[in-house]
Write a protein that binds this ligand. Structure first.
Ligand SMILES: C[S@@+](CC[C@H](N)C(=O)[O-])C[C@H]1O[C@@H](n2cnc3c(N)ncnc32)[C@H](O)[C@@H]1O
Length: 246
């Protein structure tokens, strides 16, 4: 899931194969994070241009540090409301960046306005929590207050819900392709443990525990990660959708 610099590098082959970015395309990468997809989209877009947008200046700093291409620009903005200009892009891509909108219909309508007529959205999102081993194992190991669980990553996991949101936002031809892949947390337990503690949900769950329970939970997390050591890293089953819409 991560490398030491916090970049996710799983599931990327399937996503890149699905986005269909072509020479000359103008591409918007929503929630671009460290910019891995932004850079790969720029390579596919040839003489085109890619804008990576993110609400996190820290993530954009990572992205800028790794980016030399002039045909990429990064923008610190909320993609849900930012005025990108009507019809400014041919393709809008997002790897796990479009599940966190407070007003999803309004946000996707904003992204649709940013696309030219006939332009398309290609987004990778998590399937439901129940389909994702990592998303069950971590809170089950920590325990704690169920109210501290963060379900936002799974907000588009139900295809009927996601289709309803996208249709209400003005998109059509909505399709879902299932992707199941092993999710890589790190080469060893310690690295995986550090990576896990970058995630919002385990931090929130741990923060709600007494010091003694938190210590017990941290030991349990290490043991749970060790049980997922498959020899070539700490790996969990995962399930995502690649959603395309026009
Ligand atoms: C799970 S990370 C994925 C990062 C990157 N796409 C990747 O695959 O490596 C989600 C990213 O979406 C960004 N994000 C969440 N809501 C956003 C919004 N409304 N506008 C722009 N970026 C957003 C977060 O700051 C975060 O960097």
């Amino acid at each position: 899931m991560f490398d030491y610099d916090g970049e996710m590098r799983f599931l990327q082959g399937r996503f890149r194969g699905a986005w269909g970015v072509r020479d000359g395309d103008r591409v918007l990468d929503v929630g671009c994070g460290g910019g891995q997809t932004t850079r790969e989209a720029a390579a596919d877009a040839g003489r085109g241009h890619v804008v990576g947008v993110d609400v996190s200046e820290r993530m954009l700093e990572h992205a800028r540090r790794r980016t030399a291409e002039e045909r990429i620009s990064y923008l610190l903005a909320d993609a849900a409301t930012y005025d990108f200009g009507e019809g400014s892009f041919d393709v809008c891509i997002s790897r796990f960046g479009v599940m966190f909108f407070d007003d999803p219909v309004g946000a996707f309508a904003n992204l649709r306005r940013a696309l030219r007529p006939g332009g398309r959205l290609v987004a990778m999102v998590w399937q439901a929590r129940a389909e994702n081993e990592w998303a069950q194992a971590i809170p089950a190991t920590i325990g704690g207050d169920a109210a501290a669980r963060d379900d936002s990553p799974f907000s588009l996991g139900d295809p009927d819900v996601a289709r309803g949101i996208l249709t209400s936002a003005g998109f059509g031809e909505v399709t879902f392709a299932a992707v199941r892949e092993r999710l890589y947390y790190g080469p060893d337990v310690e690295t995986a443990y550090e990576n896990l503690l970058q995630l919002r949900e385990p931090l929130a769950l741990l923060a709600g525990l007494s010091p003694a329970d938190a210590e017990r939970a941290r030991a349990d997390l290490r043991a749970m990660l060790a049980a997922h050591d498959r020899g070539d890293g700490i790996l969990f089953d995962s399930a995502a959708w690649i959603i395309t819409a026009k």
